[in-house]
Design a protein around this ligand. Structure first.
Ligand code: ADP
Length: 667
């Protein structure tokens, strides 16, 4: 079989990443896209592109017939599913094959065998792969499950058998909490997967998530490409991944590799897969303290760290295997070189409970050098509520773990993103966290250190003053060329020598008055400024690079203005200031009469009815935005005047969802 043209049934960074390898191999590419992605990077990169439907994934990236039709129309030989979407859908695989196309991935049978956590565990038990102790039988009655939990011994973990993405999972510490945890796990499982059946597992102490990359071909060969440690997690979701695992003993690596290969062999696995294990690290890493959790039958988000330590291109391997070739290397030919770490940059507000965000990326600049950046967006693109809000993966390689982590932290600091809030400061802090840096990690590390990892760094006064000056429009350049202080050419005064501006700083509005003192110096007075104002002198200005002096100290930064904000990148941190007309109204609900959507999303459940009495903080509406569920509380005690939305309704941001009777009426 030869593959000359592939269709990529995906979007974003993974679609772009697959296109790069296909191009290198001389294989033509077809992108598919939704209406929301008409000008997306993956569409631009592919040789051909086919529109498959409206923005919601259910009407585009999950539409099997539209995708098969696109493949037929473009004459593709094979379909690469990427990750997510249809990548682990066995019915899709069967349809692809029935249409006479190659599915770049495992067989439908292998996917089915690993599709449900309970059946997969039973299968692995038979194949002598150690599995997490627990109950994964058919019975689902509360009494049975509670009894099993008792036998297993608390703490236990309830897991949706159809689970993924940490959904439908609850840790339970004691018998008394079990019934409530079970019903909430079931509710989430039902809503997310349409299947509310669960299993109960021993909650492993001091858990580390260590997974093994495996690869099989259609000739019975299976190898493993060593481990990745994904213990840096939040809400059971990976944040930073690395390879190899810190302090991994050789005998444990060999045992885990062998177990993973055994797991893959048991289902005649072909292509790229990951066998995930949970490790009890309470007494360091020991070769008999790891247990199978599940197998992901696709390429994983974090595959680049394996690529960097092995020097291989896993997508190339996928394409070769799909074309019927033998695995390019045998187990003895594989080895680990150095250490690699990957951080996932998301549009989310880490300092505000990781609230997912949207927005247009007014500015986007990634570090150069030997840093790998896998991104699916470019400046000007929009992060929409329709898809995963990941902006990019930044991956660093070093001779040692310390070197790789240092490089990653540096690279994150040099990453400039304006137009939306991101988690980069949180990621940088995590790289530098004392426990993490020392390799003392487990899945609870982020939670334990959450306050120091998510502390919002207040903008230095000089940066605030500079942002106010920039927003005032009293400085402009004739050209983007660097000018020295002697030539005052780039600075020009617009209009009056005195102007007032307002900036939104961490959700509060601050007012400033800017006065021109000389052609290159200004006095910025107002909220948070020293009495008498702060004097800023322009030293140099070239494009986004600013150098200015305040109090005799010269500082450099990068500053980008869009219609809605001023973003300042300074010493590895990003400070965002909302412009007056666009101040966020997130906090408008606190103490007020309304509950307002803070971002576009879908109403999952309205929990209150008209006329009902509520207490401040009581949950009123459950909303899902950017794949995250959030509960919106009552802003104060009161009586519901009106419910303005219903379950399943899609809303934009700033929309009133529920109103309370005005306080005077209620009294
Ligand atoms: P999902 O498919 O929803 O991602 P997983 O089974 O892969 O669920 O588990 C996700 C994460 O939950 C793991 O990486 C680990 O941090 C934690 N976890 C899962 N099982 C256990 C367990 N038995 N004990 C402790 N932590 C666990």
């Amino acid at each position: 079989m030869t593959i000359t043209k592939i269709l990529i049934a995906n979007r974003g960074e993974i679609a772009c990443r697959i296109i790069r390898t296909a191009r290198k191999m001389g294989i033509a590419t077809v992108a598919v896209y939704s209406e929301a992605d008409a000008s997306a990077l993956h569409v631009e990169m592919a040789d051909e592109a086919v529109l498959i439907g409206p923005a919601p994934a259910s009407e585009s990236y999950l539409k099997v017939d539209a995708i098969l039709d696109a493949a037929k129309r473009t004459g593709a030989d094979a379909i690469h599913p990427g990750y997510g979407f249809l990548s682990e859908n066995p019915d899709f695989v069967e349809k692809v094959e029935k249409a006479g196309l190659i599915f770049i991935g495992p067989s439908a049978r292998a996917i089915r065998a690993m599709g449900l956590k309970d059946a997969a565990k039973a299968l692995m038990e038979k194949a002598n792969v150690p599995v997490v102790p627990g109950y994964h039988g058919e019975a689902q009655e509360l009494v049975v499950l509670a009894g099993k939990a008792n036998e297993i011994g608390f703490p236990v973990l309830i897991k949706a058998r159809a689970g993924g993405g940490g959904k439908g999972m609850r840790k339970v510490d004691n018998q008394a909490d079990f019934p409530a945890a079970l019903s909430s796990a079931r509710r989430e499982a039902k809503a997310s997967f349409g299947d509310d059946r669960v299993l109960v597992e021993k909650y492993v102490a001091t858990p580390r998530h260590i997974e093994i990359q495996v690869f099989g071909d259609n000739h019975g060969n299976v190898v493993h490409l060593f481990e990745r440690d994904c213990s840096a997690q939040r809400r059971h979701q990976k944040v930073i991944e690395e390879a190899p695992a810190p302090d991994m003993p050789e005998d444990m690596r060999a045992a885990m590799g062998a177990a993973a290969v055994q797991a893959a062999r048991a289902i005649q696995y072909s292509g790229a897969g990951t066998v995930e294990f949970i490790v009890d690290a309470s007494d360091g890493l020991k070769a008999d303290r790891f247990w199978f959790m599940e197998m992901n039958t696709r390429l994983q988000v974090e595959h680049p760290v394996t690529e960097l330590i092995t020097g291989l291109d896993l997508v190339e391997w996928q394409l070769r295997v799909a074309a019927g070739e033998h695995l390019p290397l045998t187990q003895d030919q594989l080895s680990i070189n150095g250490h690699a770490v990957e951080a996932r940059i998301y549009a989310e507000d880490a300092e505000k409970g990781f609230l997912p965000a949207v927005g247009r990326l007014a500015h986007l600049a990634f570090p150069g050098g030997d840093i790998r950046v896998d991104a699916g967006v470019r400046a000007g693109d929009e992060i929409t509520p329709f898809y995963d809000p990941m902006i990019a993966k930044v991956i660093a390689h070093g001779k040692t773990r310390a070197e790789a982590l240092g490089k990653l932290a540096g690279a994150l600091g040099r990453t400039e993103i304006a137009g939306t809030v991101t988690n980069t400061a949180f990621l940088t802090r995590l790289c530098r966290d004392a426990d993490f840096a020392a390799g003392r990690l487990d899945t609870g590390l982020i939670d334990r250190n959450i306050s120091s990892l998510t502390e919002r760094a207040p903008a230095p006064r000089t940066i605030v003053a500079l942002a106010a000056l920039a927003a005032s429009g009293m400085v402009a350049s004739h050209s983007g060329k660097a000018m020295s202080v002697q030539s005052l050419g780039p600075f020009e005064i617009w209009g009056a020598p005195k102007r007032s501006v307002k900036l939104g700083i961490n959700d509060t509005e601050r007012a400033f008055v800017i006065e021109r003192e000389a052609s290159d110096s200004w006095i910025i007075a107002g909220d948070g400024m020293p009495s008498g104002g702060m004097r800023l002198n322009a030293v140099q200005w070239s494009g986004n690079d600013w150098a200015f002096s305040a109090g005799g100290v010269t500082q450099r930064c990068r500053l980008v203005q869009s219609g809605t904000e001023v973003a300042v990148f300074h010493e590895g941190l990003t400070y965002r200031f909302g412009k007056q007309q666009h101040l966020r109204s997130d906090d408008l609900a606190a103490g007020g009469d309304q509950v307002v959507s803070a971002m576009p999303g879908i109403i999952k459940q309205v929990l209150v009815a008209q006329g009902q009495e509520v207490k401040a903080g009581e949950p009123m509406v459950i909303m899902e935005a950017m794949k995250m569920e959030m509960t919106l509380p009552a802003p104060r005690d009161g009586v519901i005047a009106d419910v303005l939305v219903a379950d399943g309704v899609q809303v934009t941001d700033g929309v009133a969802l529920v109103t309370l009777q005005a306080q005077a009426d209620a009294a």
